[in-house]
Design a protein around this ligand. Structure first.
Ligand code: SF4
Length: 81
């Protein structure tokens, strides 16, 4: 059901932009009520619900990613890159 609605919004946005997907991407009418959904996706989630355990695992993965990225950036700055 939700996907049907999102597909309908996507179709409406493509119709609004004469079938040009790139124009939908570049839409500047941010006060249009369809704007957040113009890609046919729910910006608030992918319809998947995660358990608390899954959320914690994801948060831990994100934390590790950013720590690694910061460490890499500081090594680069020490080398003068
Ligand atoms: S979000 Fe943009 S492309 Fe979609 S209907 Fe509204 S104005 Fe048209």
């Amino acid at each position: 059901m939700k996907k049907d609605v999102l597909n309908a919004v996507r179709a409406k946005c493509l119709d609004c932009c004469m079938g040009q997907a790139n124009e939908v991407k570049l839409c500047t009418i941010t006060d249009c009520s369809l704007y957040p959904f113009r890609f046919g996706k729910d910006p608030n989630g992918n319809g998947r619900t995660m358990s608390d355990e899954q959320k914690a695992k994801m948060a831990e993965g994100n934390r590790k990613y950013w720590e690694k990225k910061k460490a890499s950036a500081s090594e680069d700055s020490l080398r003068g890159e």
